[in-house]
Ligand binder design. Structure first.
Ligand SMILES: CC(C)(COP(=O)(O)OP(=O)(O)OC[C@H]1O[C@@H](n2cnc3c(N)ncnc32)[C@H](O)[C@@H]1OP(=O)(O)O)[C@@H](O)C(=O)NCCC(=O)NCCS
Length: 192
């Protein structure tokens, strides 16, 4: 599978031990930006510990074939976002979930849209370039307007509303369920 994906403004590559400082920077400064929308980290966990946990999860998921994650960097070297495919199922399902986050100092310039389109390429491109999956799902809290817009821009289709779906920011929150299948996706950054 392709490790590095280049979009118009991002270089996306697997997370590595050298990303610690940038990871800590965007999660320390961006704590209030991410908190309302992402699962709560374990109590008392520092940003450094969060990095260790996420690195381990990235490497373990890749080795097991259950998840793929790419970290996006902009030209000046800043970490701009993290984009992941999780719960990869094969067999007749060929399905996974997509997740995304962009650093507070990089918002509003289309980087989430580019990163998620690259992620969808990785999911749908046939092996050996991508994962050769058939369906990608994404779930968004109904009042997360920027994320709903990103889902819409990259061509996800609304499938419904899942009530009390995930515990986010201390509450079981409803989520808009989105999906996109391979038939609906045109590869942009990876070859088919
Ligand atoms: C959601 C998130 C990834 C968006 O990142 P981004 O790089 O700013 O996204 P983009 O620039 O690609 O697109 C954002 C779109 O939302 C729109 N938008 C931003 N704020 C908005 C608002 N309050 N209401 C409606 N639309 C809004 C932007 O105008 C843009 O749409 P456009 O291109 O049609 O103008 C980022 O805000 C984030 O990381 N949030 C916290 C974590 C999170 O919510 N993750 C997703 C969980 S499902």
């Amino acid at each position: 599978m392709v490790d590095v994906i280049r979009t118009e403004h991002l270089v996306l590559r697997p997370m590595s031990a050298g990303d610690r400082a940038e990871f800590v920077r965007i999660h320390t400064r961006g704590h209030d930006h991410f908190r309302p929308w992402l699962p709560k980290p374990p109590d008392g966990e520092s940003a450094e510990q969060a990095f260790e946990r996420e690195l381990e999860r990235s490497e373990g998921g890749h080795a097991a074939g259950t998840s793929e994650r790419r970290v996006g960097f902009i030209a000046d070297g800043r970490m701009a976002g993290i984009f992941g495919l999780s719960q990869i199922f094969r067999g007749p399902f060929l399905n996974c979930y997509a997740g995304w986050r962009v650093a507070a100092d990089c918002l509003g310039r289309g980087l989430a849209t580019e990163g998620v389109l690259a992620l969808l390429d990785l999911a749908f491109a046939p092996e050996p370039f991508g994962l050769g999956l058939h369906r990608v799902q994404a779930n968004v809290i109904p009042n997360n307007a920027p994320s709903l817009r990103v889902a819409e821009k990259v061509g996800f289709r609304r499938e419904g509303l899942a009530l009390r779906y995930l515990e986010i920011d201390g509450r079981w929150q409803d989520h808009v369920m989105f999906a996109k299948t391979a038939e609906e996706h045109t590869l942009r950054y990876l070859r088919g």
